[in-house]
Design a protein around this ligand. Structure first.
Ligand code: T46
Length: 139
């Protein structure tokens, strides 16, 4: 695993700054859903799941947040704190979001609609799923 961060073009003029993102353009999939997370209290950790198919781009449009990305082989922590940086998270990666700065807003662009059946919310189940369906494809 390696940080998969893209820096987006910022249109700056005397009136301020604007970032434009298009599905199958800056965003490497067709965007079917947008959601955002905010109002997260100090010390709260969210996530604790992986997705079987879903692809997402996470952008911290205000403040900062840390993202732990984990597979059975690898682990890394990414700090998101720039409005023009997007973190791609593909399928079968365990994620946890924490250290939300006060007033942080985490915007997420997703490749599909909300489907609880795409989530694996237990770490042991995730490892079993990974060993069964993911590892052999990587070899
Ligand atoms: C992810 C990380 C980065 C919906 O009804 N529709 C939605 O589109 C979403 C995303 C959530 N929900 C409901 C499901 C739960 O009752 O909102 C509640 C909170 O969702 P969850 O506990 O899954 O939130 P996080 O912050 O743990 O995870 C979310 C996304 O669910 C997940 O896909 O990758 O943000």
């Amino acid at each position: 695993m390696r940080k998969d961060i893209t820096k987006y073009n910022v249109h700056t003029d005397k009136w301020g700054k604007l970032v434009a993102l298009e599905g199958n353009g800056e965003i490497p999939f067709n965007i079917k859903r947008v959601y955002y997370i905010y109002g997260v209290k100090e010390g709260v950790r969210r996530g604790f799941h992986s997705h079987k198919k879903l692809e997402q781009i996470l952008i911290c449009v205000h403040g900062s947040v840390k993202i732990l990305l984990k597979t059975p082989d690898d682990e890394e922590i990414v700090t998101l704190n720039k409005q023009n940086e997007g973190l791609y998270i593909g399928p079968n990666v365990w994620r946890e979001m924490y250290d939300f700065e006060d007033n942080a807003v985490l915007l997420v662009l997703a490749s599909n609609h909300f489907k609880e059946s795409d989530y694996i919310r237990n770490y042991d189940d995730y490892v079993k799923y990974y060993e069964k369906y993911v590892r052999e494809k990587k070899q």
